[in-house]
Design a protein around this ligand. Structure first.
Ligand code: ZN
Length: 66
């Protein structure tokens, strides 16, 4: 089984690129058993979404101006 360190690295990567099937499986299995990594994954996804919403908002304001 992979360590929490490995898993959190994969969770961060997952936000920017597609993980391979085996990587996704490792993450999936790990977060089923590990609260800390599950929380980390939830937070990372939340932050990612919030950041995207913020940039969308900025972009639409810029678009409206022109
Ligand atoms: Zn863990």
């Amino acid at each position: 089984m992979r360590s929490c360190r490995d898993i959190s690295a994969l969770v961060s990567q997952e936000l920017d690129k597609k993980l391979s099937l085996s990587e996704r499986l490792s993450v999936g299995l790990h977060v089923m058993m590990c609260n800390r990594c599950r929380n980390f994954q939830t937070q990372s996804r939340f932050i990612r979404k919030a950041a995207r919403r913020y940039t969308d908002e900025l972009q639409s304001r810029l678009d409206n101006k022109s």
